[in-house]
Design a protein around this ligand. Structure first.
Ligand code: ADP
Ligand code: MG
Length: 586
């Protein structure tokens, strides 16, 4: 082995070299927020980043996938609409299982979380291509700051399965702070992200043009959906109903009504929630006060991660310059009111809580394209594992133990990072020193992952006289540069290790892509018609008597227009049906 580790480490942030690639034509890289509940795609324009609307004209695409018996895939709103009608064909919140072995079964077919995510990405990619009128083959995708290597790899694979090259992933809070704030002022941010099913707090610091994630905390099981559950529970209590007495369809319907009431109570003292139960409509009034009280327990859960993140960053609330609220659930008045009390100030409300992550990712994408308008800021992230080398340790005078692991860049170090360790010869007249590059957390080299090795010659001499400096430099693109330099001769060797290889090879990805290609994403024109029909089908099931007859009349008119295929006719009957449904939903 011939290396012994003694801690003499130089620390420092290393700025990666940037060079302008020449001869490239102009091409568009999009920014994608692949959310647990909703996903969005954005691009960069002369006026800054903009959201690209989906095929239905909406900015948000629900991260919901449905596959029917024939292999037709439905994504977003359409898939969500199928939830009450065909629950066994729908999957949602699969981002939570990203990077795990969990499989989802849709109409008898098995899918991994990244495969379902790839379908959402494919849909966003198509929407962007149609909107921009050019192929989109590259994307910057955002991931939660706490996502480890495995989850990030799975996300990258999802992109590849969708035909997107994912050169970079950006953590969600970084995207927000980076994309939308003045990059010249040193600022401390607290990014508060309450989404549909997850809660993340991150503390970021922009200092001398370096944006650093200082701490992250959160609750993987707290989000807007819990606040919907509270509304549902309140209703059931008041109506003296048991959830277990409801059919599956009724449960989906009740949840939908609770979601509506939850949003309505934001700007009202009270709301009336109604629900069709066994052929009759039940109505209950719920006041803002009652709802707020019922949410107390959830609100209390918000406190801990905020405290923890501040403690980890060794900061006080008063040190924070900007509190940024993102995630759809921060639109809840009960949450806002609570946060004003918690932070003792009004958070920044300029941001659109649903859209900022995607917009920030688009800014990052523009930086990758080297658009001149975008000022470069060096982004940092944390390394999710330890990088080190194998050493011999002298545990007593003259007694050695080999095969030990010496960490050089430790887990959770902010990257880009560059650390140096000086290692000495352990034998007299040793001529060569070997550096084995390892990744892992074990004290023993053999238990860690071998990444590569470098050898260097040193002048002969008594043991411990000659030394080498081993420098590991790790950047945000997961490139590890290892440099070994003999201290006395100044001679050096260098190598670059490209980390984070996908667990799937290119061929495997290609094969799985082909396998998934049998799944037919609905042609764009059909999407809106399909959604209208699904919604109509649901409302028909819910309605009775004259209302049902009326719906039936308009549905039939629309269906026969579709069969005739006359465009104007289709539009007229669709609009008429939509109007009726809107009235019905109210
Ligand atoms: P994610 O990041 O998990 O994809 P989002 O940021 O899109 O999630 O947030 C989705 C959540 O936001 C849902 O629970 C939804 O009910 C909630 N939400 C969206 N708009 C509102 C609103 N106006 N009032 C209350 N809650 C809302
Ligand atoms: Mg989100």
């Amino acid at each position: 082995m011939g290396l012994s580790g003694r801690r003499r480490t130089k620390n420092g942030v290393c700025r990666p070299e940037r060079s302008i690639t020449e001869g490239h034509g102009y091409y568009m890289i999009v920014g994608i927020d692949l959310g647990t509940t909703n996903s969005l795609v954005a691009y960069y324009t002369e006026d800054g980043p903009k959201i690209i609307p989906n095929r239905l004209g909406k900015n948000l695409t629900p991260s919901v996938v449905s596959v029917d018996g024939e292999g037709n895939v439905y994504i977003g709103e359409t898939a969500k609409e199928r939830m009450s009608l065909y629950p066994d064909s729908v999957a949602h919140t699969f981002k939570r299982s990203m990077g795990t072995e969990r499989e989802y079964v849709l109409s008898g077919r098995h899918f991994k979380p990244e495969e379902l995510s790839s379908m959402v990405l494919r849909s966003l990619k198509e929407d962007a291509e149609i909107f921009l009128g050019e192929p989109v083959t590259e994307a910057v995708i955002s991931v939660p700051a706490y996502f480890d290597d495995k989850r990030r790899k799975a996300t990258k694979r999802a992109g590849e399965l969708a035909g997107l090259k994912v050169e970079r992933m950006i953590s969600e809070p970084t995207a927000v702070a980076y994309g939308l704030y003045d990059k010249t002022l040193d600022t401390r941010f607290l990014v508060f992200d309450l989404g549909g099913g997850t809660f993340d707090v991150s503390i970021l610091e922009l200092y001398h043009n370096i944006l650093e994630v200082r701490a992250v905390a959160g609750d993987n099981y707290l989000g807007g959906e819990d606040f919907t559950q509270v509304m549902q529970k309140l209703f059931l209590q008041k109506a003296k109903l048991q959830i277990s007495s409801l059919s599956e369809k009724e449960q989906v319907r009740l949840y939908r009504q609770a979601e509506k009431a939850k949003r309505a109570v934001n700007d009202a003292d009270r709301v009336t929630m109604s629900f069709l139960y066994k052929e009759s409509t039940i109505e209950q009034q719920i006041t803002y006060r009652e709802y707020e009280e019922a949410c107390e327990e959830l609100l209390m859960k918000i406190r801990e991660p905020v405290k923890k993140s501040l403690a980890d960053a060794k900061l006080r609330l008063s040190d924070i310059d900007e509190v940024l609220l993102i995630g759809g659930a921060t639109r809840l008045s009960v949450v806002r009111d609570f946060l004003i009390r918690l932070f003792r100030k009004f958070p920044d409300t300029k941001l659109n809580p649903d859209e900022t992550v995607a917009l920030g990712a688009a800014v990052q994408a523009a930086m990758k394209e080297r658009r001149e308008e975008v000022k470069e800021v060096i982004l940092t992230d944390v390394c999710s594992f330890t990088l080190g080398t194998e050493v011999v340790v002298e545990y007593e005078e003259g007694r050695f133990e080999d095969g030990r692991f010496c960490p050089i860049i430790e887990r959770n170090t902010v990257i880009p990072a560059s650390h140096t360790e000086r290692l000495y010869t352990v034998r007299d007249n040793q001529e060569k020193m070997r550096v084995r590059v390892l990744q892992g957390e074990s004290r023993f080299a053999r238990n860690n992952l071998f990444l590569g090795e470098l050898n260097i010659e040193v002048p002969k001499g008594p043991k411990g006289q000659e030394a080498i400096d081993v420098t590991y430099t790790y950047d945000i693109n997961s490139l590890l540069e290892v440099e070994v330099k003999a201290v006395s001769t100044g001679e050096s060797r260098k190598m670059i290790i490209k980390g984070e290889e996908n667990q799937m090879s290119d061929e495997e990805i290609k094969k799985r892509m082909e396998e998934l290609a049998y799944l037919k994403v609905q042609p764009r024109d059909y999407e809106e018609n399909k959604l209208v029909l699904l919604r109509a089908e649901r409302l028909y099931e819910e309605a009775l008597g004259d209302r049902r007859k009326k719906l039936d009349y308009y549905i039939t008119a629309f269906e026969s227009a579709l069969k005739r295929g006359d465009h104007d006719d289709i539009m007229d009957t669709r609009n008429a049906l939509n109007d009726i449904m809107e009235a019905e939903e109210d």
